[in-house]
Design a binder for this molecule. Structure first.
Ligand SMILES: *Cc1c(COP(=O)(O)O)cnc(C)c1O
Ligand code: SF4
Length: 352
């Protein structure tokens, strides 16, 4: 597996070598950034695109949820037309069920506010520092705990990474830096290079991990500039994708995965177990098989974080265990993800 590479010389910043396309206003305007801006944000338009306009009357005004609809058009194109139960649609369409308060489903379900070590840094698990690189995502997933976390004010990139880098430098127990968010790949590649240039001078950092849904929802993000950055990093890199259903992984996503692998990254996937989306053996098996066809190893299947507004996606633990057992009876061992839950205060993800 392409997990090791030669150390590199980091005397000068890489970012000057990137070709930026500038528009007449002098700002960078890459194709993925334009596609990002053209995302669907109006639920009525989304339903119209899918031939489901007749359902618009029952739509929830997004102002009621405090978490707007946002979905790139390429992802919409992978949804089945005319199917209100499409597993990709259900992940992004605001539902009335979000407004029902359910005991046990709260705003800070995983204890992130308590694990904060400094501006945008969570140090919850031994050896790993998680950087909340940004609060932005190309897609808004209805089940996401991010819908309540005050990320906008609290990102590691805000002060040119300074505080985050110094926190990592000061703690020699940190072997791995994890970029998370939000979606870290929503930052521009030069901004990411600014961070990795600074981290390259810290000898106890041995690995970089990137948690991202962007190669799945906007595969154009994996452009030549990103690949060049990845190739030049001085550490083995793991990219953990977030896909929940096989239908998310079309040919364009497979190509993006191939580009990521060609730049030396090891690809893993984590999914969230979601009622109505992927809570059948057939759906989970198809996802694992499709992931591997794209060069991606299934890593985690998460039990939903118990976040307010997402209770309608919850699958009970007994059913979740049954699903994993059935998967084990059907797939190669390496295609069966680990079923875990994140419990506040625990030193790692908790296996179920
Ligand atoms: C999930 C998580 C990690 C990574 O955990 P792994 O089990 O190594 O994938 C690290 N830090 C935080 C804060 C996390 O939530
Ligand atoms: S953090 Fe991940 S799951 Fe949450 S909205 Fe962004 S892309 Fe979706």
């Amino acid at each position: 597996m392409p997990t090791t590479r030669m150390p590199m010389i980091t005397a000068s910043p890489h970012r000057t070598q990137y070709v930026a396309h500038e528009n007449s206003a002098g700002t960078r305007n890459l194709r993925w950034q334009q596609l990002w801006r053209e995302a669907v944000t109006d639920p009525r338009e989304l339903l119209d695109l899918l031939g489901l306009g007749h359902l618009a009357a029952g739509l929830l005004p997004t102002s009621d949820t405090g978490f707007a609809l946002r979905v790139p058009r390429g992802f919409v194109a992978r949804m089945r037309r005319g199917d209100p139960a499409d597993p990709l649609l259900l992940q992004v369409l605001p539902q009335a069920a979000e407004l029902i308060e359910i005991p046990g489903f709260t705003d800070d379900a995983v204890g992130d506010l308590a694990a904060r070590a400094g501006a945008g840094v969570l140090h919850k698990y031994p050896g790993r520092a998680l950087l909340i690189a940004t609060g932005s995502c190309a897609v808004n997933c209805r089940y996401c705990f991010r819908r309540h976390f005050p990320y906008a004010e609290e990102t590691a990139a805000a002060n040119r990474w300074q505080e985050a880098v110094e926190l990592v430098r000061a703690d020699i127990s940190i072997r791995e830096v994890i970029l998370s968010g939000g979606d870290p790949l929503s930052l521009s590649t030069p901004k990411l290079a600014e961070l990795t240039d600074a981290l390259a001078s810290i000898s106890h950092v041995k690995r970089l991990r990137i948690h991202t849904r962007l190669p799945v929802v906007l595969p154009e993000r994996v452009d030549e500039e990103l690949s060049a950055w990845l190739r030049r990093l001085p550490w083995p890199v793991a990219v953990v994708l977030h896909a929940n259903h096989a239908n998310e992984l079309d040919a364009a996503v497979a190509d993006a995965c191939a580009r990521l692998r060609a730049s030396g990254a090891t690809l893993l996937n984590q999914s969230v177990l979601l009622r109505g989306v992927n809570d059948t053996v057939d759906a989970l098996a198809a996802l694992s098989e499709r992931l591997f066809a794209c060069g991606v190893i299934p890593y985690y299947l998460h039990q939903l974080d118990r976040v307010a507004g997402a209770a309608h996606f919850a699958v009970d633990d007994a059913s979740a265990r049954d699903l994993i057992e059935a998967l084990r009876g059907r797939l190669s061992g390496y295609l069966v993800p680990r079923l875990v839950r994140e419990i506040a205060g625990e030193p790692g993800k908790t296996p179920l």
